[in-house]
Structures are given as structure tokens and as C-alpha cells.
Ligand binder design. Structure first.
Ligand SMILES: N[C@@H](CCC[C@H](N)C(=O)O)C(=O)O
Length: 315
């Protein structure tokens, strides 16, 4: 089984090319692959398949909005094995992989996701580095809610970017205060507002069209970047600034991305790095599937020790 390792602003992924969707991508395989000691280590897994193959194999129950059977589809899994609708950094790495692996020669094409079609533009690409702009689709501000993290209650705006976010922009927060927060423990949030879990962003107010953001991701924990989270952060920061539209640079621990919002529609531009490719040991990989079939065999201790309460039930 071949793999590629990549990241977008240090939100890192294992990419598995499986165009006919034959791979048995079990929770245990994803969790162990993403484990930073027992596996390769990553925040998530990106399976590269055609949308039609995923549909035929029953992994998708229908083609999402705007996605054609022949489109390449990003079958995204969080590090805890759960499925999520969208991943903004993942789409950039996925699009870069398609180009680097020769699966497309185009600079503009559509990537399918469970949240719908995501058109991309790949700029300045080589086998290792690329810049990618993603049409992130509609951004919907929902109801306000709050969460407790690091002993403080944070109030913010629910934002639907295809996946659920709570973006909090406290007026008194600066970059130093943000950097000092402890994000090692999961937030407590309102399960009636976010029945499928939530990604929580803490964001500084916009100054000179820049915000700083940290995130606690559903199904992963703190990551060094979250693309959909940066879009949610930009939408909430623009609102806090009395604006609906505009362009903001979002600085995350893993780097910078640029988010533009016009009429409730977002684009995200940022880097992708493909840093290694290799082969998984066939017996190791086969053994991970066996563990799923053996009763009481779940001795594994995922590095991302997420409480099951904030893992999504399924999409
Ligand atoms: N890192 C991602 C988001 C991945 C999914 C998220 N953890 C969820 O469960 O919704 C991004 O770059 O957007």
C-alpha cells in the first residue's frame, strides 16, 4: 500500500491513492496510521478515489451537490477514525497530490467532498510545493453559542462551512494572550446547538486585515491549522468588525492563509507541501484490519485520546 505524507500550514495528512475505492479504510486503520508513535502520524487521512467508485462501493450514499461521478473525491477521515464533511487544508493537499501524481494535468478542476464540489486553482506547483486557491462555497453564520476551554467561557458565532464551527473573537484578546492558552483538553460545548460535535476557533479581532487563530478540532484535538476553521474565523472576525465582506490573512501556528468572503461565499488560498512517499508494510496493514474483526482486541491507545462524546456519529 503506497502512501504520501503532506501538510497545509502544518495540518498534516496521510494521502492514500485508491481510485477504485477497494481499500477497507476501517476506524482502526485510520487511528493507527495517524498515531504519532504507533503509525506514520497525522491529523487525518485523505483517500483519493473517484466519486463514482465511492458511490458504487456504498461509501457514499449519493453524489453530493455539484459532484460528478468522474470527479476526484476527497474521502476525509479525522485522526480518531471519524468521517468529516470537509477539510480546507486537506483539499489543498489533495489537489496538489492529484497534480504531482499525474492524475490531472489541469490547473483548475473540481475536488468532490461530502460538503459538495470544491473548485480549485493550483498555482506555482512542483512535486513538493504548491499554492492552491479553494472555492470554499457558502459560509453560513448560525446561532451564537459558548464553550468552556482552559477554564474560561468563550462566546462566539456558530459557522457552517460544510462542517460545524464555533468561532469566538473576544475583544480583549491579542496574539500573546492567544499563544498562552492551554488547548490540551477538549472544550465543553452545547450539544443541543452542535449535536454532531464542533470545531472551536479562538480568534483575535481583525487589525490591519489580519487575525490570529488557534483551533481545537473535532475528532483530532489542537491542530496547527484548520482551513475550514480559518474561513469560520474570518467570517466571525469580519462580523465583529461590522463587516460582512472582505479579505483577511489568518495566522495560525503553522503559517498564514488568506480568506476572502464576498456575499457569504468564501475562497481560501494557502500552501501545500508533499514531503514523503513510501509503502506501508503489507503485514502491518493487514493486521490493523484483523484487529477490527477480533472481539476485545482494541488494546490500542490512540495518541489523540479524544473522548468519544465529541466524535461525530457518522456522515
Ligand atoms: N483540518 C480541517 C478540518 C477537518 C475536519 C474537522 N476536524 C471536522 O471534524 O469537522 C480543515 O483544514 O478544514
Amino acid at each position: 500500500m503506497a502512501f504520501t505524507k503532506g501538510h497545509g500550514t502544518q495540518n498534516d495528512f496521510v494521502v492514500l491513492e485508491d481510485r477504485d475505492a477497494h481499500l477497507d479504510l476501517t476506524e482502526n486503520r485510520v487511528r493507527t496510521l495517524c498515531d504519532r508513535r504507533a503509525g506514520l502520524g497525522a491529523d487525518g487521512v485523505l483517500r483519493v478515489a473517484t466519486a463514482g467508485a465511492l458511490l458504487e462501493r456504498g461509501i457514499l450514499s449519493a453524489l453530493p451537490d455539484g459532484v460528478a461521478a468522474a470527479d476526484w473525491f476527497m474521502d476525509y477521515r479525522n485522526a480518531d477514525g471519524s468521517v468529516a464533511e470537509m477539510c480546507g487544508n486537506g483539499v489543498r493537499v489533495f489537489a496538489h497530490y492529484l497534480r504531482a501524481a499525474g492524475l490531472t494535468g489541469e490547473s483548475r478542476f473540481v475536488v468532490g467532498s461530502r460538503a459538495g464540489a470544491r473548485p480549485v486553482i493550483v498555482h506555482d506547483v512542483d512535486d513538493t510545493d504548491a499554492q492552491v486557491t479553494v472555492d470554499m462555497g457558502p459560509v453560513r453564520l448560525t446561532e451564537s453559542s459558548s464553550a468552556v476551554l482552559d477554564g474560561r467561557r468563550w462566546t462566539g458565532t456558530g459557522v457552517d462551512v460544510g462542517n460545524p464551527h464555533l468561532a469566538c473573537v473576544p475583544a480583549d484578546l491579542d496574539a500573546a494572550g492567544l499563544a498562552a492558552l492551554d488547548l490540551t483538553r477538549p472544550p465543553e460545548y452545547d450539544h443541543t446547538v452542535f449535536p454532531h460535535g464542533v470545531n472551536l476557533e479562538i480568534v483575535t479581532p481583525a487589525r490591519e486585515n489580519r487575525v490570529h487563530m488557534r483551533v481545537f478540532e473535532r475528532g483530532v484535538g489542537e491542530t496547527r491549522s484548520c482551513g475550514t476553521g480559518t474561513v469560520a474565523a474570518a467570517a466571525a472576525a469580519l462580523r465583529a468588525d461590522g463587516r460582512t465582506d472582505g479579505e483577511l490573512t489568518v495566522t495560525v501556528p503553522g503559517g498564514d492563509v488568506v480568506v476572502r468572503i464576498d456575499d457569504g461565499h468564501a475562497t481560501l488560498r494557502g500552501p501545500s507541501v508533499l514531503l514523503a512517499s513510501g509503502t506501508l508494510s503489507p503485514s502491518w496493514w493487514a493486521g490493523l484490519a484483523e484487529a477490527d474483526r477480533t472481539p476485545h482486541a482494541s488494546q490500542e491507545m490512540p495518541v489523540h485520546s479524544a473522548p468519544r462524546s465529541w466524535i461525530m456519529d457518522g456522515v
